[in-house]
Write a protein of this length. Structure first.
Length: 119
């Protein structure tokens, strides 16, 4: 079983920065970890994610501003968000595949952390 707990959200002025953290317990498959976001009235969308390729994927809207990383020792996924814009406010969710307690694998999600940007 995997639990994902996000933190680091909050209120920041446009142009500012935040770093989101996602602490994982259990066996998380790190090349499946990623961040999604969902704004009110909109569908959940991929922000950044690891794949089996060398480089992570990023949404076009955040390329050059956001960076996803992993601290393997801490089993924690980060999302560094710079130059935040008024289009970025949303609930940000961490996700990853991981081992289930009774065998097999499943997709796990955190509860989300709110990011608000003031103009």
């Amino acid at each position: 079983q995997v639990q994902l707990v996000e933190s680091g959200g909050g209120l920041v002025q446009a142009g500012g920065s935040l770093r989101l953290s996602c602490a994982a317990s259990g066996t998380m498959f790190k090349n499946s970890a990623g961040w999604y976001r969902q704004a009110p009235g909109k569908q959940r969308e991929l922000v950044a994610g690891f794949t089996s390729a060398d480089s992570p994927n990023y949404a076009d809207s955040v390329k050059g501003r956001f960076t996803i990383s992993i601290d393997n020792a801490k089993n924690t996924v980060y999302l560094q968000m710079n130059s935040l814009e008024p289009v970025d406010p949303a609930v940000y969710y961490c996700t990853a595949m991981g081992r289930r307690a009774l065998g097999g694998v499943a997709a796990y999600w955190g509860r989300g952390t709110q990011v608000t940007v003031s103009s």
